[in-house]
Design a protein around this ligand. Sequence first.
Ligand code: GLY
Length: 314
Amino acid sequence: MPPLAPGVIICRAMPPAIVVHGGAGIYGDEALPEAVAGVAAAAAAGFARLRAGGSAVEGVLAAVRALEDDLAFNAGTGAVLTSEGTVEHDASLMDGRDLSAGAVGALVGFKNPVAAADEVRRASPHVFMVGEGAARFARERGLEQVDPAALVTPKQRAKWLAERERRLAGLAAGAPLKHGTVGAVALDAQGHVAAATSTGGTFFKLPGRVGDSPVIGAGSYADDAAGAASATGQGEAILRVTLTRAAVDRMRAGASAQRAAEDSIEELSLRTGGEGGIILVSPRGELGIAFNTRRMSRAFCGLDHPTPVALIER
Ligand code: GLY
């Protein structure tokens, strides 16, 4: 298992427990302190909810909302921009108690897309809603809509302008300019699991492109009978191996959470050549983390580790 902190290898936590990620992929060295601080704060927010008696769903919601509100991550405010300079969010949430799930794709104008995904789960007859219909539903459910421009940070705008210049000059696309997606998996004190994932998607994506994050079984999956998983990385690859469902099924078949995480990322590499990462929790409190990128920010809290343990590769 990749150490959660230098010299600390943790494979199991006492419930309630939560694991979060702030994305696998490209992080500039200057981004490391804010990424570690951000995942630590999100794990603490989720764990506080769990420790106060909250459900696994409430735990992952609190953690992912914190990451969406943190400008350092590609989700919520500060997400990457489409080729047209707009923000389109994708998010999902799944409850392992009853396999209820909700997801939104290409959502415009909401600060916390994961809350919209949870509304779809709780209050609609559907699992996956996209675009204007999803926005209308979220609005009608009382979620606060914001000016889409308020979700665009000066940093992301500057990156978009530079990329647009490159392309107008006929140069090849620049390197992807931001690390990925955020997510969380939790195990509550009653032994229930949940997963949630949220993203702005890929930098300079075509408007209307939807990745793995809102697709149940690709970006998020949770089943009390086996475990919960949240993925990060190249959506077009993750979708083709249905990464989170594959990982949870490995646990269902008897693999440890860590073995399931590593084997699932190996399958992603071997079958698609894609890059990504995954976090897992089992109903017994086993934790699993694997990625094939250079860096992935992640953090964890459990009853036996109430202070967040957070890490990213130096
Ligand atoms: N994994 C995020 C995306 O590809 O949209």
